[in-house]
Design a protein around this ligand. Sequence first.
Ligand code: DGY
Length: 318
Amino acid sequence: MLPPAAMEFLEQHFNVEVNPEDRPLTREEILEKVKGRDAVLTQLVDKVDAELLDAAKGVKIIANYAVGYDNIDVDAATQRGVMISNTPDVLTDATAELAWALLFAAARRIVEADKYFRAGKYKSWSPMLLLGQGVSGKTLGVIGAGRIGTAFAVKAKGFNMRILYADEKPNPRFEEQTGGQYVDKETLLRESDFVSIHCPLLPSTRHLIGDKEFDLMKKTAVLINTARGPIVDEKALVRALKEGKIFAAGLDVYENEPAAEPELYEMDNVVLLPHIGSATTKSREDMGILAASNILDAYEGRVPRTLVNREVLNKLGK
Ligand code: DGY
């Protein structure tokens, strides 16, 4: 279900059929349901490939209810003259804030401490109880200097942190807003106390962090991933956490969502969240309204506000 404001917007303009289940449609169900539609509003769990686009023959737009669109074969859509849109900006701060929540939770062992207290284990204050890593004045490594990476790094100023960032190329806007310094990935991993991932999932970023990278990191480092699970080799992460190659991790995304590597469930030095980066009432509502207005734009002949594949416009003669 979408937030009510987005549903109302859609229903004002279209005949809408909604997945009534609180689960993704099966492949068979989705291939059947997309037939004959003018538009399809997808979620990040819905795989949009050539087969689905062919089943949805005649569809004008696939409006993804997410900023990331690694679930969509954009080239296949462009070839078929189908517009693809996403939901950037409206979830930037929500996701950056969640990355900070994870960072603090992992660094200061918040979830572990909460469990400890609830289990009745807290008998007396102790100088050595649940020691974690401090944040102020430390070095923050940001992988991916786009909108969310920038919003995340801007918030580090309040903690007086040194900011390093890595990306395909330097980003002057990031540097201007955060004072961050562009370095290669290896330098970032070696020098950072906290490493937070904010790049998209692309063939070039799959397993960007694996055994080799964990070997470079500080034993006191904390890794945060709110971007996409497959950017981190999850088996290598298990090894790194077990062998003390890093101090802790905070994850909102997984290689094989909704599951995580079985050993992670048992570990205290990792905080595991169910992909809630953009899950504030306002962001989820704004994402729905943006996706819906992209559909309306496409339907009424305008260029959707957050069209991903602008090259499709040539194909459509616009
Ligand atoms: C996105 O938008 O890509 C997030 O992962 C889900 O909100």
